[in-house]
Write a protein that binds this ligand. Structure first.
Ligand code: HEC
Length: 179
């Protein structure tokens, strides 16, 4: 599934996209009950080290001993280099930007992508657009999956202690995306 390679193209055509409705911000304010049914969470299948739901939405996988899938680990690193300056450590939010660990659970995957690719403005509250930033776009599934795991309390705060190895497929997709 070449999802990681396509956002750059999407970005090129949608970079001037209109801001999403301001009411959408409440995604981050809605609490998450990890015990409730979240169809966008359970793993249905694995493909080359990536995990997907029934609806082919990327998701995290945490083994019983706490070992996380590669994307969750990579997402932790990417989040903390690109997003945490505004959204706070571990996706917890700040006085300036919303708690996007909740957004990753409550928002539709494609809406989440759309906000990051095109940005969003609500008065003085501005989410920059990252559609032309390879360091974000090539790892957006990683960041999304990591935040979803945080929102569901499936991984603790901080750096995951144990991770799966990076698969050849993930490495190849990264090389192709980063060019
Ligand atoms: C310069 C500060 C800044 C940076 C860096 C930043 N954001 Fe944001 N982001 C914001 C602000 C502010 C908002 C709220 C915008 C609004 O009020 O509509 C936001 C909103 C969002 C939302 C919508 C949340 C919701 O519940 O509706 C998502 C998703 C998001 N950001 C993801 C990211 C990701 C992923 C990154 C890193 C790649 C990132 N942001 C980096 C400032 C930032």
């Amino acid at each position: 599934m070449p999802r990681t390679a396509t956002p750059i193209l999407v970005a090129a055509t949608l970079a001037l996209g209109l801001p999403v409705a301001a009411s959408a911000q409440s995604w981050s304010d809605q609490p998450v009950d990890p015990a409730a049914d979240h169809p966008q969470v359970p793993v249905a299948y694995e493909d080359g080290g990536r995990y997907y739901t029934d609806d082919d939405i990327p998701t995290y996988n945490v083994a019983e001993d706490g070992t996380v899938d590669w994307l969750t680990f990579s997402g932790f690193r990417r989040y903390h280099s690109e997003c945490h300056v505004c959204h706070g450590p571990d996706g917890e939010g700040s006085t300036y930007a919303p708690k996007i660990k909740n957004s990753a659970v409550n928002m539709d995957y494609y809406d989440f992508y759309d906000v990051v690719v095109n940005g969003r403005a609500n008065g003085n509250s501005v989410m920059p657009h990252f559609g032309d930033n390879q360091n974000v776009m090539c790892y957006l599934d990683d960041i999304y999956v990591y935040l979803k795991a945080r929102g569901m309390d499936a991984v603790p705060r901080g750096r995951p202690a144990q991770k799966e190895a990076k698969s050849d497929m993930i490495q190849e997709a990264e090389n192709a995306c980063m060019g």
